[in-house]
Write a protein that binds this ligand. Structure first.
Ligand code: ACO
Length: 323
């Protein structure tokens, strides 16, 4: 039996930082309001001309270096993004070429903030089926380009960034202590299409459009759905919440993160939180948080990591990985 093991992760944040106070100079908001409702203090914003593919490439280079494998051994590249460079080709194609990956397949997946879990799920299936041997998954976003900077209810919530992971199919030891992806669960419910969406698009308006959100509705669904799918992923992995070392949630909002952790009865010390400094970077938020917790020594070999995310659609999912 094969298991998909994560060999290394990498992340990239654009240099420019936009604080809550900076925002308060252009929209009717305040540092206190944003911190109280979301936990966010600042976010990174891509420079003019810095594209989603640039962020993705930088994160990918770092993940490949951390994994210690040559880029040309990768035979699957999945890029999760809802802010692609162009309508087509896939942004993954640009990254594939820049990395010098000359075989296998590269494509994008679009599951909004659940994109990294979706990419992980698809990569896991490719690796377990033998269709690929080494996968690179990336979450990369430039939400600053689809925000309505006059809409205080949304523009304060998001930031730009990218994160990536390299996975390899390895033989399972079969003793129940395998390192790697233990379970992934995903769901969607398209009836909530207009709770969180972009009001543009090629087919509908031939414009890029702006992000629109029914904040309270998203909040309500997020807490219930994330706790439920995390429970499913844990059950599929044969683990109880008490056996989790780290919860690495999608970083949308500190209140959502805490409410889900509470439902799972996970103490605050087990939460990896970056939303305060990154804001919501959509598909990039989980790998950005993973990298922080790996680099500061929190996530160690053998630790059990639970991830969960929800995005527009809604689409949501959860994964359990033994590091
Ligand atoms: N600064 C100051 N006041 C604001 C701001 C702001 N940035 N934004 C909204 N307000 C005002 C509103 O206009 C409203 O004023 P009113 O009472 O005079 O009408 C008041 O604050 C309360 O607004 P609500 O929308 O009711 O505020 P709420 O407590 O629901 O918080 C928030 C809003 C933070 C968006 C919350 O609904 C939330 O966290 N929702 C989840 C959304 C989310 O995280 N989305 C991320 C994308 S989805 C994902 O990744 C899971």
């Amino acid at each position: 039996m094969l298991r998909s093991r994560i060999l290394g992760c990498g992340a990239y944040l654009p240099e420019k930082v936009l604080t809550n106070d900076d925002l308060a100079e252009t929209v009717d908001t305040s540092n206190d309001w944003i911190i109280e409702r979301t936990g966010i203090t600042r976010r990174h914003i891509a420079a003019d001309g810095e594209l989603t593919s640039d962020l993705a490439f930088s994160a990918a280079e770092r993940a490949i270096a951390a994994a210690g494998i040559p880029a040309n051994e990768i035979d699957l590249l999945i890029l999760a993004t809802s802010t692609p460079d162009n309508t087509f080709p896939a942004t993954a194609a640009k990254v594939q070429a820049r990395l010098g990956m000359r075989h296998g397949v590269a494509f994008d997946v679009q599951a909004v903030c659940a994109g990294f879990i979706c990419a992980l799920s698809v990569a896991d299936k490719f690796l377990l089926s033998g269709q690929a041997r080494i996968a690179l998954i990336i979450g990369a976003e430039t939400y600053s380009r689809i925000l309505d900077w006059n809409d205080r209810s949304t523009c304060v919530l998001f930031g730009d960034g990218a994160g990536a992971a390299v996975l390899r199919a390895e033989e399972s030891a079969g003793n129940g202590a395998d390192r790697g992806v233990l379970s992934v669960k995903m769901h969607s419910d398209g009836r909530n299409y207009d709770a969180l969406y972009v009001d543009g698009g090629v087919s509908s308006s031939q414009t890029a459009g702006h992000l629109r959100m029914k904040g309270k509705e998203v909040y309500r669904h997020a807490v219930v759905k994330l706790a439920a799918v995390a429970g499913e992923a844990l059950q599929a992995a044969g683990l109880a919440p008490g056996e989790i070392d780290w919860l690495v949630p999608h970083q949308a909002n500190l209140r959502i993160i805490n409410a889900v952790a509470q439902r799972l009865e996970l103490p605050a010390e087990k939460l990896v939180v970056t939303v305060d400094r990154h804001a919501n970077t959509s598909s990039a938020s989980i790998p950005l948080a993973l990298v922080e917790a790996i680099e500061d020594g929190r996530i160690k070999s053998g630790d059990v990591v639970l991830m969960e995310a929800i995005g527009g659609g809604f689409v949501w999912g959860s994964a359990v990985v033994r590091w």
